[in-house]
Design a protein around this ligand. Structure first.
Ligand code: PBG
Length: 327
């Protein structure tokens, strides 16, 4: 026995403080982006059935929510609109008084320092639920680009600090960058959902945003989960076209992709910890099968370890609270 040669890794795990000293990854409230669903009407705070703890909020209740978010130290929110009126061309997405434009103005008025991100897509606004213009069952790429640029410009006019296009048409970053620059918003960054997979993990979001496609699926524009090299091609195009951030979405099953993007490109990388990832944890926790706090902190720490700089997560308020408690 005394001749045995081996390394003693346990030396550095001996006590809580020693483990703190050698910890490599830290989660902070500065990493968090909180998604918010805004709806038309008044006095609405309706919980999304498949996403406990996530609400549809009308504008009159939005500032109260922001007080809480800002009070917890969260620096950024991403706004999703759930409009009453949908049509073929998703006109409410780029209407001056669209729900997201109104919400953005209101939030910026009360909290000018809060970084407001506008999700730029059409699927919540189109009657067919697709992210682009539809003709004879086809989702048309180039004609859709105009509408996306218009949407981005109207969101920037309303005061959005960052534009986050999520619709996966080819050239969407180029079109939006051109549109923003032309309209005098050259200073507004683009956070592109450049690496967005066609994923079953979006199910609960589509409930929340009423954006399930009415026919077919999104496989002709969102990526095949089996592909890795394609993610690098997508990210590269978006960066060439002027993206300032790259989002990888979903997060949990795609940590390898996050690491690949981080290793290949020197830009801030964002993970979208999507609705399905949220709802699975909530359901298991409600049944007492897992410890919610421990699971969430482990998941989000793993995303940071994989290389992300920021995380869009429905758990933002909980995490901010836990970080304060643990201080
Ligand atoms: C819109 C959009 C989706 C999500 C964010 N923006 C859904 C989709 O592509 O169907 C999903 C977010 C989530 O699941 O939390 N294109």
């Amino acid at each position: 026995m005394q001749d045995l040669q081996f390394n003693r890794h346990r030396r550095l795990r001996h006590s809580t403080n020693l483990r703190s000293l050698v910890r490599e990854t830290h989660l902070s409230v500065n990493d968090l982006i909180y998604p918010i669903f805004v709806v038309e009407g008044e006095n609405k705070r309706n919980e999304v059935a498949s996403m406990p703890g996530v609400y549809h909020l009308s504008l009159d209740l939005l500032i109260k929510e922001m007080d809480e978010v800002v009070g917890l130290g969260i620096k950024s929110v991403i706004l999703f609109g759930v409009p009453d009126h949908k049509d073929e061309l998703g006109t409410q997405a780029y209407h001056d008084n669209g729900i997201v434009q109104q919400a953005t103005r209101l939030v910026k008025e009360h909290y000018p320092e809060l970084v407001v991100i506008a999700d730029t897509c059409l699927c919540q606004y189109t009657s067919h639920g697709h992210c682009g213009i539809v003709e004879e069952g086809q989702i048309l790429n180039d004609p859709t680009l105009d509408l996306l640029a218009k949407t981005a410009v109207s969101q920037a006019q309303a005061g959005a600090d960052i534009i986050a296009p999520s619709n996966m048409m080819d050239g969407f970053v180029a079109a939006i960058r051109f549109g923003l620059d032309e309209a005098g918003f050259g200073h507004v960054p683009i956070m592109s959902y450049g690496v967005k997979y066609s994923s079953a993990f979006y199910g609960p979001f589509r409930d929340a945003a009423h954006s399930t496609p009415q026919f077919g699926d999104r496989k002709t524009y969102q990526m095949d989960p089996a592909n890795r090299l394609e993610a690098l091609r997508e990210a590269e195009s978006d960066l060439q076209e002027g993206a300032d951030f790259i989002i990888v979405k979903p997060a949990l099953s795609y940590l390898d992709i996050i690491r690949d993007v981080k290793n290949n490109y020197n830009v801030p990388v964002v993970a979208y910890n999507v609705s399905g990832e949220y709802s699975m944890v909530k359901a298991a926790a409600a049944n007492g099968w897992i410890n919610e706090k421990d699971i969430v902190m482990e998941m989000l720490t793993s995303m940071k370890r994989a290389g992300v700089d920021l995380i869009i997560t429905y758990f933002s308020k909980d995490i901010a609270r836990w970080l304060l408690e643990d201080k």
